[in-house]
Write a protein that binds this ligand. Structure first.
Ligand code: PLP
Ligand code: SF4
Length: 342
């Protein structure tokens, strides 16, 4: 077995977990922190019972005080509109809840997705997993072994994606152990981590994480999730530069969200800000049609218009691929920018 678990890992103090424990979970206290009048939100807070509110202090510190339309606040604050029932918006838009091996999603040919951990550090209101039954999908150790056996038995799989929830909610010791077992599978050459933690709590990228990632004998890719340039803080820039120093490729995926990042200027600023931080734009997702998130939807026509204009203003490598996820398809579905249907 690859010896990648650094000896000092057990003793590394996990400050990020302490920080995580101080996240805002009560809407009123976040409003108080932002100097916003709770009376303006009295209809909204009830939506926390549909999906709990969770906002790390670092993320809240990037919001503008007294701005009820702050693009970061809008991503995470409960809204009355979440109660609206809108045709076409369902509880399981990607049909993932009938999954056979718990914790393993093998929808695309060369890569599998491992659901390492259910929860996240931040709860994004538009999240397609807001109704996901994580309790049934947080695998036990035996189920891990089962998932790893399945991966090892299929030589077409060359990449394992750690996902969630947020996989970096797991402790480094558990992650290092899992990653070393993945590295032992001969056909796997790449480990990818889909995470929002470095964005909402940059201290997660600590020596514990960096040490096992550096020692891992696989190509390593981290795909962050940043929707707005205000999410790019100096602390995130430091985290990304530490990751790049040990050879991790850092990409970003964003979701196109009404009232948050649905303008050409906002998207251009995001792409420029990402590149300044050493991150390349990868995907811009159309919203998954999950119940409670209809108010975030941007029409496909509007999305195409925005990305066509981005092509005129940015070098090609700073224009993310506009995609939607279609249940049953073998990949993300690229949107044809010049097709005038829908
Ligand atoms: C998005 C996704 C992937 C990764 O797709 P890429 O196009 O390689 O980024 C893999 N598996 C599942 C189930 C996914 O939803
Ligand atoms: S971090 Fe990702 S998985 Fe977690 S709530 Fe936000 S969008 Fe969903």
């Amino acid at each position: 077995m690859a010896q990648i678990i650094p000896k000092n890992l057990v003793s590394v103090e996990s400050n990020w977990q302490k920080e995580l424990a101080t996240a805002f979970t009560d809407p009123e206290s976040l409003l108080h922190y932002l100097k916003l009048d709770p009376r303006q939100f009295s209809e909204d807070v009830a939506a926390r019972k549909l999906f709990p509110m969770r906002v790390p202090r670092h993320f809240a510190s990037l919001m503008h005080q007294q701005d009820r339309h702050d693009p970061l606040l809008l991503q995470v604050f409960p809204r009355a509109a979440e109660f609206d029932k809108v045709a076409g918006f369902t509880h399981d838009p990607l049909s993932e809840q009938h999954n056979t091996t718990p914790g393993l999603l093998h929808k695309y040919r060369s890569r599998v997705l491992l659901i390492v951990r259910g929860g996240c550090a931040v709860n994004c209101r538009y999240c397609f997993r807001r109704h996901f039954p994580y309790a049934d999908n947080s695998p036990s150790r035996a189920q891990w072994d089962d998932a790893l056996t399945k991966i090892a038995a299929d030589e077409t799989i060359n990449e394992v994606i750690l996902s969630g929830g947020d996989p970096l909610m797991a402790k480094d010791l558990a992650l290092a152990d899992l990653a070393s077992k993945i590295a032992d599978i001969a056909s796997v050459k790449r480990l990818r981590i889909h995470t929002r933690l470095p964005v909402v709590l940059p201290h997660r990228v600590d020596t514990g994480l960096l040490s096992w990632l550096e020692a891992l004998p696989l190509q390593r890719v981290m795909v962050l999730h940043i929707n707005h340039v205000h999410e790019i803080s100096p602390a995130l820039v430091n985290a990304v530069s530490a990751l790049k120093k040990i050879g991790v490729t850092v990409l970003n995926q964003a979701v196109l969200l009404r009232g948050i990042n649905d303008s050409v200027d906002t998207q251009v600023a995001l792409s420029e800000g990402l590149f300044d931080a050493g991150i390349l734009p990868y995907y811009l997702h159309l919203l998954d049609k999950v119940a409670g998130a209809a108010h975030f939807e941007v029409s496909t026509g509007e999305a195409k218009r925005i990305v066509r204009e981005m092509l005129l203003q940015l070098p090609g490598f700073l224009v993310p691929k506009l995609v939607r996820e279609v249940a049953g398809e073998g990949s993300k579905s690229p949107i044809d920018l010049h097709c005038t249907a829908d």
